[in-house]
Ligand binder design. Structure first.
Ligand code: SF4
Length: 341
């Protein structure tokens, strides 16, 4: 029986573990948090169809219930190295494996790094994660606990940004802002909702329709422009200085809530383990062998990568990528592939 380590119990790691376990591999699934799927459990509804995040999380957790899978949670992997004398097998924290899948995921950008936007300074400034929590709780309030009159979302926080050095697009924050704006509008129909954007990247299936309904059905106002500064007001609101780049005009607007749409960065675990094995690419994400033809393999034999440890990725893409990495391992051992659940 082949023994495989999967590092990271997010959607990619769980899917990979599940596929390999069902084909007869013994899988140890390492997770540094106490529970798997932290980045899904903190969401309310998922784009583009407003499905409950908990429903998807539960379906993924079901897949872990297999005798061949051992979940080792609350354990941060410290050692990942090739076995001496048997270079295509690996040691993970003292245990030997035939292959390893790195699925150590991403971390949300820390909005404190954009001081000029006032996160952690002004009570009315939140991140998209904070907003997701409010949506989960069904309670969206301003700094004094009242219903907000206005909510402003700001795109591209910590992505496409010279100052933070993250030049890449995080890919999911445009559609997340539109989804959250619709949810706020549904919950608080009298609240004005704005989205400040640089470009709207509604690239996925049904994303464009979501954007249209935000405008046409829910009256969300889209402003092309960047916010240069946010400051608190005496009554707990937030005053924003921005430029409307379509009209070429500076503008000021006061809002109850400013929601910063934070991007995705490589997690600390992804950076540490990929550097340890010489497979760390741009921005700390894992570098695959070939982004077109061999996107799960890395330059290290039998060390594969799956999911958002490689780049910003949707939940659907991460699940598919985990399955793809598992198939790659099974094919390399000529194990049969059976997809029945
Ligand atoms: S997905 Fe949208 S908000 Fe996110 S970085 Fe890309 S352009 Fe900016």
């Amino acid at each position: 029986m082949k023994t495989i380590a999967v590092i990271g119990a997010g959607p990619a790691g769980i899917e990979a573990a599940s596929v390999m376990a069902r084909q007869g591999c013994k899988v140890d699934l390492y997770e540094k948090q106490e529970e798997p799927l932290c980045n899904i459990r903190d969401k309310a509804l998922l784009f583009p169809n407003f499905e409950k995040a908990d429903t998807i999380a539960e379906a993924l957790l079901q897949k872990l219930r297999h005798e061949n899978i051992s979940l080792i949670s609350g354990h941060e992997v410290q050692q990942l190295e090739r076995n001496k004398g048997k270079e295509s097998s690996w040691t993970v924290d003292g245990r030997q494996y035939d292959a390893v899948i790195l699925a150590s995921g991403y971390t949300p950008f820390d909005a404190h790094r954009k001081e000029e936007l006032g996160y952690g300074i002004y009570a009315g400034v939140h991140t998209s994660l904070d907003m997701e929590r409010m949506l989960r709780e069904g309670r969206i309030v301003n700094s004094i606990g009242d219903k907000p009159r206005r909510v402003v979302f700001l795109q591209c926080v910590g992505s496409r940004d010279e100052k933070t050095g993250n030049h890449y697009c995080s890919k999911l924050c445009c559609v997340t802002a539109v989804k959250q704006a619709i949810e706020v509008s549904k919950m608080l129909p009298d609240t004005e909702v704005y989205i400040f954007y640089m470009d709207l990247r509604m690239w996925g299936q049904h994303f464009e329709e979501l954007y249209r309904s935000a405008q046409e059905v829910y009256g969300v106002k889209f402003v092309r422009g960047r916010i240069s500064e946010a400051a608190g007001t005496y009554d707990g609101r937030v005053q924003i200085k921005a430029e409307d780049t379509l009209l070429g005009l500076p503008l000021r607007i006061t809002t109850d809530l400013l929601v910063l749409m934070v991007g995705m960065e490589a997690s600390d675990g992804t950076r540490k383990l990929s550097q340890m094995c010489g497979i760390c690419g741009e921005y700390g994400f894992v570098q695959s062998s070939d982004p077109h033809l061999n996107d799960n393999s890395t330059l290290a034999p039998n060390l594969l990568a799956a999911g958002a440890c490689k780049r910003p990725m949707t939940l659907t893409d991460a699940i598919n990528d985990g399955r793809s990495a598992a198939c790659e391992i099974l094919c390399s051992y000529s194990l049969p592939l059976v997809f029945n659940s």
